[in-house]
Every structure is written in C-alpha cells, then in structure tokens.
Design a protein. Sequence first.
Length: 501
Amino acid sequence: MDLLIGGFAAAFEPYNFMLILAGLLIGTVIGILPGIGATMTVALLLPFTMVMEPIPALCMLLSLYCANGFAGAISAILINVPGSSSAMVTCLDGYPLAKRGEAGRALGMATVASTIGGIFSVFVMIICAPLLAKLAYQFGPPEYFALTLFGISMVASAGGANAGRNIIAGGFGVLIATVGIDYTSATERFTFDYVELSNGFQTVPVLIGLFAITELLMQVHSLNVVVERIAMKAMKLPTLDDYKKTWKAIAAGSGIGTFIGILPAEGGTVASIVSYSEVKRWSKNRKEFGHGSLEGLAAAEAANNAATGGAMVPTLALGIPGSAVTAVILVGLSAQGLRPGPFLFQHQPDFIYAIFAIMMTANLLWLVFGMFGAKLFALLTLVPSAILWPSVFTLAVIGSYSLDQSMFDVWVMLAFGLIGYVMKRFGFSVVPLAMGLILGDMLENSFKQSMLIFAQDWTLFFSRPIALLFFACALLGISSSYILDALSRWRDRRRYPAAQA
C-alpha cells in the first residue's frame, strides 16, 4: 500500500501531473485524426521522451497510450472512420447512432464505457502483474526461451487474418534482430561493413518507419476519398435507462478486453471484436446490433480500453509485449534503463507502482477530457490530409535523427517504411515483424544460455515442466487460426448441408 501511495504521490507532482495532462491532450488530438493510431503516436514521440527522467517519460508515454485508445471513438462515431484500428468495431453502431441525430449520446456512452473498462483493467493489472512476476522468479534461461517462443508464436493471430503470413513476418523480424556483432563468437552478421550496424538496427527508427511511414504511404491511395461528417450539438451523459440497458455489456467488455489484453500480441482490436461478438450472441436485442445499438457500442469501447491495462501485465511482469503499442513502450522502458520482468518488481518497485498510478490517473482524467472537450476535439476530424501527413513525416524524420544525430537512422526509418508498405500491399501485417524484432534478441540470448546449461543437449528442454507448458502454448498459438477455420467450415457444413452438396 505504501508503494501505491508513493506512486500516486509521484504522479501528482506538479511537473509529472502536467506531463500526464499534456500526454492526454496530445494523445486525444492525434487519436482523433483518422489513420494515426496509438502505436504510431507512441513511436513518433518516443525519441522525445528519452531526454527525460524515467518517471516523467512514463507519464508522457502511458497517458498517450490511454488517451489515444479513447479518442479513436470520436472519429469512428462522427465520420465512420476509426482513429485507430481498435476503434473500427465502434463504427458499427456509433455511426448509425450519429446519423439518427444521437451523436452526443453515442459519445457520452463511449466515454463512460471506455473509462470503466480502462479503470477495471488497471485494477486487474495491480493485482495480476506482481503475482505473475513472482511466478517468473522460478524461470531460468530455458523457461524464458520457451516463453519468448510462445510470445512470438502469438503473432499468428496478430495484425491480420492470415496466420501463415503473420508467422513469416514474425520470422523476418527475428532475422532482423540478428544483425550486428554476435557477442558469443565476436563475429559480425549481416552488417555489410556498415559500422552503424555493429550493434544492430536502432529499434526506434525501425518502429517509426514501420508504423508511421508505412501508414503515410498507404494513405496516398485514399487522398481523394470524401468522408461524410456529422456535426455534434453537445455531449450527453448516459441516462439511468442507458446504464440499465448496457451495464452487462460494459462488464462483459471490461472482462473480455482485460483477458485478451493479457495474451501476448493481441491487443485492443482483437478484444473489441471478440467482446462485440459475444455480447451480441447473448443479447436479447441482437437485431439492433449494427444499426445503432448502445450495447454494441458500450461493449466495443469497454473492451478496447480494458485491453490497455491488460496488455501491460505481460509487458511489466515478463518483458513480453501484450500488444503493438506496449512493444513500443517496452523499448521506451529499456531506453530509460528499466528492465521489465521480475527483477523490476524486486529492485525498482517504485517504478511499477508509479506506472499503476499514472494509468489510473490518466483514465480518471480522460472522463473529464471526454465530457467537456469532445465537441471541441470533434473539430479535428476536419483537418485536411494535405496538412496532416506532411506533419507526420516531419515528426518521423526529427524523431529518428534526434536519437544519435545520425542521418543513417533516418535512412533506416525510410527503408523500413518502404518495406512495411510493400508488405501491406501484399497482404502482410507489420505488427508481427515489430514483435519479432523486439523479442528476437531475447530469444537468441536465452537459447544460447540454455544450451550452455544443457551442455549442448537440446533435448533437455523437454525435461523442464514450465518450458514444456510454454512449448505447448506456442504450438496452440500457431495452429489456433487453422483449427478455428476448420471448425468454422465444419459448422457451416452441418448447418447448410444442401449448399455443400
């Protein structure tokens, strides 16, 4: 309890509190702009936080993370274009409500559901993260290798529907992580005589390229698209009847979103889709879904934001990112000299509880931001692409260059932006590539340490029960998409036998 009180004391220090407010404002503004998601926002601003002390940097990054997820609902409801991929399910019922003249009511429900989901997930994070970290004390290099392999295997369902392509992209990320000097054998790998690559690729320019420049290039194809914008007269708080109608959906969305957020490599998009589908399945008013259902809107927004706290659980306790955004935050934590995992809980617990306090504070403050500033923030949906995307490009160049004042990092950023664009054009997601890059170094090092422990006998991996459990989970993670597809086809054959014949 003393540590938690100390965390809130750190969060409410005037300078840190101002940074939380600034992070919420920036995250909200950028989150509303269509096409710019939380991952791109955090990646763009990550270089600027590296000159800060750890707690102020966390205030900025975590408040950006929380606000960006909330803000995507505003553009989803008003113009039917999600501010981030995790808000795409919000479009299904939010925009029909706005077209009926209930934009203020829809935004009020989205704000309340988002806040409840976010706060619930932070409570779960406070309880679960220390418990998971205690379990991780029993881990040695073999267990960490198996855990990292499991985290990488989860890319099969991250960022796209094609599991095979996701696995290929994740493997490519692991390959990129091997660039540089192998400190075991002191040999250079894939450096092509570039001194700048001796320590491998700088992670931040790679992430900026994959998420910002790739999206910039993809937006070129939609520059001439005309979007219908719906004006909002005023924000409306949900009525008592609205709460009675939606409390089950909010509760289900909060629980499902937190659980899915804890799973490595999933995140808000998967959480909102699953929550929406399950609430629709059990609702008495399922016919309203897709036509302006408050239940559907509440379930999607609660799950979307509950996933933020859930995704921080494996990030903090195990050093395995729970989503694409937490993968970038993980890089930021490492850059601040923090080592996520059980050692962070043991040696630097003040930072852990500061993270809890910052995320709780950001969630509560967002309720005020959303209620009183939604009408003003809604005007940001009018920002033309001719101003938006050149600004993104400028920030990307400045952020990449500022790390080491090196133009090489800028070229790396541009190169990976082009790689990401080509991948997306051919149906690959960049999220698995980023996850593979971040986890690749841990995978290689833990494997080498394990082989030294086992005297080069890899079969001894199967003598470790915890490692065996993670190997089984990894196999399930890789095959789950194929199993679900097969079950879906089997159900269709049972349901429509005549059509199959």
